[in-house]
Design a protein around this ligand. Structure first.
Ligand code: HEM
Length: 231
């Protein structure tokens, strides 16, 4: 299943560095530049700020960590399966709360919902991610499907999972672009420090997604553990 003949270790290490960088950048932007995070506030922008933070840390970073568990962790298959499933559940829950925060901000500020390409793709991503998680849980974990269905399903699970993940990374980039464009249209300097910070955060997001994919396509860290063959 591995398309790249090299070990996953260096690619996964770069992904971890990018993950930490992405978390720091999005928090600095939303807290220091955009005023902070709040679930209830008179300044409704603080509710919106939860959206990029939860989407990046949840769906993109924790979701990416879930994807690479089979290639990076020196553990047995059953343990990795549970970690993979639990991390994806956390990613999905944070993603749902993050999307809810965007709707909450719109509703409390009398802004229309679902008018942008970003929001349309966003809804599709959350729905597909949810379907993928439920199918994976039922077929591979509990109660578990017949062994032929499990082995027939696995390549589709991998392909569909990577498709949804790549779509999520692309949509996060669209989200950064959209928010920065709104801010610039309201007077934010195009080459100011905040604009550069937002673009840089988006670049780190795309690079993290890239290293997640490269890690998945490379050889597992444990020589004799070809996780995809045994389900
Ligand atoms: C994969 C991750 C993401 C998903 C699935 C997602 C999904 C969504 C959804 C469904 C909405 C619609 C809310 C509504 O109509 O009330 C929305 C709104 C928004 N999101 Fe995201 N989002 C993601 C990441 C981001 C990121 C990282 C940013 C960066 C700032 C962002 C910026 C925005 C903005 C500005 C809006 C309001 C305008 C609009 O509805 O397009 N999003 N997002």
């Amino acid at each position: 299943m591995a398309l790249i003949g090299l070990k996953a270790t260096p690619f996964a290490a770069v992904a971890q560095l990018l993950a930490v960088t992405g978390v720091v950048l999005v928090l600095v932007w939303c807290i220091s530049f955009m005023g902070g995070l709040a679930w209830e506030a008179t300044n409704k922008s603080l509710i919106f700020n939860l959206h990029p933070v939860l989407m990046l840390i949840g769906l993109i970073i924790i979701g990416g960590e879930a994807i690479i568990t089979y290639k990076t962790l020196p553990l047995n298959k059953e343990t990795k399966k549970v970690i993979h499933m639990v991390l994806h559940a956390i990613a999905l829950i944070l993603g749902i709360i993050g999307v809810y925060a965007a709707f909450k901000y719109h509703n409390e500020s009398s802004i229309a919902n679902l008018y942008s390409l970003h929001s349309w793709l966003g809804i599709c991503i959350i729905v597909l991610y949810g379907i993928q998680w439920i199918y994976g849980f039922v077929i591979f974990f509990y109660p578990g499907g017949p062994s032929t269905l499990r082995s027939d399903s696995l390549p589709w699970h991998v392909l569909f999972g990577l498709f949804v993940y790549i779509l999520a990374v692309a949509n996060a980039a669209l989200g950064f672009l959209e928010k920065l464009t709104f801010l610039e249209n309201s007077g934010l300097a195009k080459f100011g420090s905040e604009a550069i910070l937002v673009n840089f955060t988006a670049v780190v997001t795309v690079l993290f997604g890239t290293f997640v994919i490269v890690t998945v396509l490379s050889q597992p860290v444990i020589e004799d553990d070809y996780s995809y063959s045994a389900i």
